[in-house]
Design a protein around this ligand. Structure first.
Ligand SMILES: [Zn+2]
Length: 341
């Protein structure tokens, strides 16, 4: 079943000061920007992936952990349910989790196929491996009986707390990002699947089409940070022009300085982090951007990267410099900082 977020929250038109016309306009805005889903099969897929990961060695700085509440429920399974469930987790441990949810292209295709089944009673024939489909079908009755009601409620709560923020700020945020990235909004609306696990960073996005999957229970995705994460993930479908400008500027710098080789690395993602965080911070009073709040600059881009983005990219962000000029200056300054730290 297709679920629009609009079905999940109380209608705002009960508030006297908002006219019916304004309310309808707000709902249309929200609906035009995003189409939120909480589907049983995609949540089961991510839950099994998480549980299989949590049973192995934790190499990541973001360990995969099953919540206490889910651990209690897992402990309450009957012997027969436990055997079936363990078989499914073993399958994920042996055949699925070695493949990254985002960087393995087949996993992205599998995700989209499973997401499209929404809440279908049985998993239809899909373009996914037969043993994966069989595993999901066998585990589904146990998942529906013990976990799904809670997980679905968590997802719906997250969507419901985000929607008023999108109604209030969404159109401005979208217009800012379209202007800054010089790219159109990727889709109308952008489909967002909300899940209780979405990889180690709490969200990931596959492109072509742009489809974010966002974790409803990640502590870093709550409150106004939910707004940043949904616009950040959508930005992944709007960043090509920035990435191309970075590549061109990098080639230019290296051609001018044959003795030094400058690698921009994933600078496009640093620019994206800065941009999505900053557009939200400019709209929401007191908001601190995700990368600043969670120490990401120090972990991922130490040194002058953030301050140079602020110095060189912000003028384009504010509309006074072209995208390519801002990126050219940023790369030139970063290369100089690297050559003379
Ligand atoms: Zn990102």
């Amino acid at each position: 079943m297709m679920r629009s977020v609009l079905l999940l929250i109380p209608l705002l038109c009960s508030v006297d000061i908002i006219s019916a016309a304004q309310s309808n306009e707000a709902k249309e805005t929200s609906q035009r920007l995003f189409d939120f889903h909480s589907g049983v099969w995609i949540n089961l897929h991510h839950f099994l992936y998480l549980e299989a990961l949590s049973r192995g060695p934790q190499k990541s700085s973001h360990p995969a952990v099953v919540t206490d509440e889910d651990a209690v429920l897992l402990g309450s399974l009957s012997a027969q349910e436990r055997a079936t469930w363990n078989e499914a987790v073993d399958y994920y441990a042996n055949s699925v989790i070695a493949r990254d949810l985002l960087f393995d292209r087949d996993m992205g295709i599998i995700k989209n196929e499973i997401e499209d089944t929404e809440d279908s009673a049985d998993l239809p024939q899909l373009d996914i491996p037969a043993d994966l489909r069989g595993t999901l079908r066998k585990a589904a009755p146990i998942y529906r009986k013990h976990f799904w009601k809670n997980h679905d409620q968590e997802n719906r709560r997250w969507i419901a707390q985000l929607q008023p923020l999108i109604e209030k700020y969404g159109e401005k945020l979208k217009n800012s990002l379209v202007a800054i990235y010089e790219e159109p909004w990727p889709d109308s609306p952008v489909r967002v699947d909300v899940t209780i696990y979405a990889g180690q960073f709490g969200a990931y996005t596959t492109n072509g089409p742009t489809r974010p999957t966002i974790c409803s229970r990640d502590p870093a995705n709550q409150g106004a940070a939910a707004l940043e994460v949904v616009f950040h993930e959508t930005s992944h479908g709007m960043i090509d022009r920035v990435a191309d400008a970075i590549s061109a500027a990098e080639a230019d710098v290296n051609a001018r300085n044959p003795k030094e080789t400058f690698h921009s690395g994933k600078l496009w993602h640093a620019v994206l982090f800065y941009t999505a965080g900053e557009v939200v911070a400019q709209q929401v009073p007191g908001y601190v951007a995700y990368a600043d709040k969670n120490g990401l600059w120090t972990r991922a881009w130490p040194g002058p990267v953030r301050s140079l983005i602020e110095q060189d990219w912000k003028p384009h962000f504010n509309g006074s410099v072209t995208l390519s000029a801002a990126i050219g200056k940023l790369i030139s300054d970063l290369a100089a900082a690297q050559a003379h730290p």
